[in-house]
Design a protein. Structure first.
Length: 315
């Protein structure tokens, strides 16, 4: 079960579900699980391991089976189903509920919703929407930008130049998702989605200038509501005593919500063009995801060269 919830009414509006019977608590029902069920086995009386917190969907197959049952059998089925106090029953393909369904819905105070779309569309759409709405999430301090289709989460200590770098990227045609606070959701076991809190969406704070509205200053094409986080860029002050990766052979990762995200550390010195460096980082990360690694190719080329020189000396 998720720590988050989504109102049933909001789901009904999103998927254009009409109300055949509205429970007295319809306005307050919250859906808390990201799965949807089609009650196949319960139709034949098997309710063991029944998950009562899921939305239940009746499609053409289930409704056809119910048509062949007697009225008393239908009444018994819906009575047992609604006794679990499910969030709601959804009937797809514009099919109308049986009288016994509405009768038992009133007895147990369960909402019955009707959808016009196919069962597979409603089920898959509901699951996708629920997984996004109920996904585990955290808020991280940083800036999220889309550069050549790659989502770069820029992190670093306050005042190091994250927002200024984002503005330079905006001038170069890239897009802003979030500045200062980034809401990160785990939408799958391997993917994180980042967005901005509603209150500060489309705004950037620049020290000495103040707050600017990116959409109005750079145009609507310069913003985006959300994006996958493909790379974490950690900006740090230059330290002459530290050792920085110069070849990029060894991949580094950071763990966010149990997802390993590729990471690079970029030291800041006067005169370094961070916007250009981040563009290169984005393109390089995309190449790695597509199976090409320039560092590995360069290392292999150097090794072949020294192997050839060694062989010549031995001969």
């Amino acid at each position: 079960m998720s720590n988050y919830s989504i109102p049933l009414k909001k789901l009904a509006e999103e998927f254009n579900l009409s109300v055949a019977w509205q429970s007295t608590d319809y306005e307050h029902i919250e859906v808390t699980v990201d799965e949807v069920s089609r009650p196949g086995l319960p139709l034949v009386g098997f309710f063991e391991h029944f998950e009562a917190r899921r939305l239940e969907v009746l499609g053409l197959v289930e409704m056809t089976y119910l048509d062949r049952m007697t009225g008393e059998a239908r009444r018994e089925f819906f009575g047992r189903l609604f006794a679990y106090h499910i969030p709601a029953l959804v009937i797809s393909r514009g099919q109308q509920p049986h009288p016994e369904c509405l009768e038992m819905a009133k007895v147990h105070n369960i909402s019955v919703l009707l959808g016009q779309e196919s069962t597979s569309y409603i089920v898959s759409g509901l699951i996708a929407s629920l997984k996004s709405a109920l996904a585990p999430r955290i808020t991280r301090h940083g800036v999220l930008v889309e550069v050549y289709g790659e989502g770069l989460l820029i992190v670093g200590e306050s005042g190091i130049g994250k927002s200024e770098t984002a503005v330079e990227l905006l001038k170069r045609g890239h897009r802003l998702i979030a500045d200062d606070a980034v809401e990160i959701k785990k939408v799958s076991s391997t993917q994180l989605m980042g967005t901005a809190p509603e209150l500060i969406r489309n705004y950037i704070e620049l020290r000495g200038i103040g707050v600017i509205n990116v959409a109005k200053l750079f145009g609507m094409a310069s913003i985006k509501d959300e994006n996958v986080i493909n790379l974490v860029v950690n900006i740090v002050p230059w330290d002459s005593t530290a050792e920085y990766d110069r070849l990029g052979i060894e991949d580094t990762y950071v763990d966010i919500l149990g997802v390993r995200v590729p990471s690079v550390t970029v030291p800041v010195t006067p005169g370094r063009n961070l916007a250009v460096i981040l563009e290169i980082a984005a393109m390089n990360n995309r190449q790695k995801r597509m199976g090409y690694n320039a560092a590995e190719e360069f290392t292999a080329q150097i090794n072949r060269h020294f192997d050839a020189v060694t062989a010549q000396k031995e001969n």
